[in-house]
Design a protein around this ligand. Sequence first.
Ligand SMILES: CC(C)(COP(=O)(O)OP(=O)(O)OC[C@H]1O[C@@H](n2cnc3c(N)ncnc32)[C@H](O)[C@@H]1OP(=O)(O)O)[C@@H](O)C(=O)NCCC(=O)NCCS
Length: 329
Amino acid sequence: MSKIHAAITAVNGYVPDYILTNQELETMVETNDEWITTRTGIKERRILKGEGKATSDMAVPAVEGLLRKRGISAEEIDLIIFCTSTPDMPFPATANILADKIGAINAWGFDLQAACSGFIYGLTTGAQFIESGKHKKVLVVGGDKMSSIINYEDRATCIIFGDGCGVVLLEPNTEGLGVLDAILKSDGSGKEYLNIKAGGSLMPASHETVDQKLHYAFQEGKTVFKFAVTNMANVAAEIMERNQLTSEDVNWLVPHQANKRIIDATAERMGLGPEKVMINIQKYGNTTSGTIPLCLWEWENQLKKGDILILAAFGGGFTWGSVYLKWAY
Ligand SMILES: CC(C)(COP(=O)(O)OP(=O)(O)OC[C@H]1O[C@@H](n2cnc3c(N)ncnc32)[C@H](O)[C@@H]1OP(=O)(O)O)[C@@H](O)C(=O)NCCC(=O)NCCS
């Protein structure tokens, strides 16, 4: 019997309706459209508005749409891996909340937190359960309501992040299609440059932590940029070399959307022209775990069976990595 690979057999996404433009940000912090556009490539991002709306509320329409597309019921799902840095609550896991909301009564699930590398960590983890033969249908969800942890008085972060959610379904494939290789890395010494200081066991929530705005995301952008631009490009090049892939072989780079300059550097290192790079950062900003599946969703109609995709991400932790896969439909 030929080896079982985990193939993506369906993809879907959801972005909230509200559009936060650079022009609106100009009225909130000292910034301008020209600065944001040239430094990051971002023009607008989506924001989930409304009381009582959480990350799982973006996942529900994304997953329900995916199930309809694939023509399967929620009861057929074996496992849900919910990649997020903005869970609905510290516990229970958002995967459990999502399972309840969609009626995935036969699934187990867990949340996976690897900041902006969440989706590629989750995809690689989900693939193991398919490759082992243990499961037949695994949902990997990447979604973040970043607006819930952003200080809209901090121009270092509020211009970058947005809300959104993407999801893929993994199923077994014996034709050599699906996830073929992954390189995942981490370096916890990066924690000081990108973090949320309060609200965890180190610094539980108190009046003081709220007053000091320590429940918001903090980023030292310059340092993160330097690590990101080198490591994302290196790991994408490394996975190509390890699999003897040339730039001609690769059909698509699917990069995490943190900064257009980081994406461009990665594509250049891989020898890819802009026509092979999925970029939607101008519309959505950085949706953390959502970026890569949202790209796959948007480009789905252009993808062909057998296409070679390289996924690459870098994020808080630091975490980073790359996935090599062959598109299965
Ligand atoms: C955040 C980021 C866009 C900032 O760009 P940068 O080129 O590093 O900018 P700097 O922080 O060095 O700031 C440059 C200048 O612009 C100013 N500036 C910073 N933010 C600004 C803003 N939103 N609007 C206008 N000016 C701003 C700074 O004060 C600084 O001014 P100075 O030169 O007078 O001191 C960039 O560092 C970045 O993308 N970092 C990585 C993000 C990332 O990949 N995260 C990992 C995954 S989540």
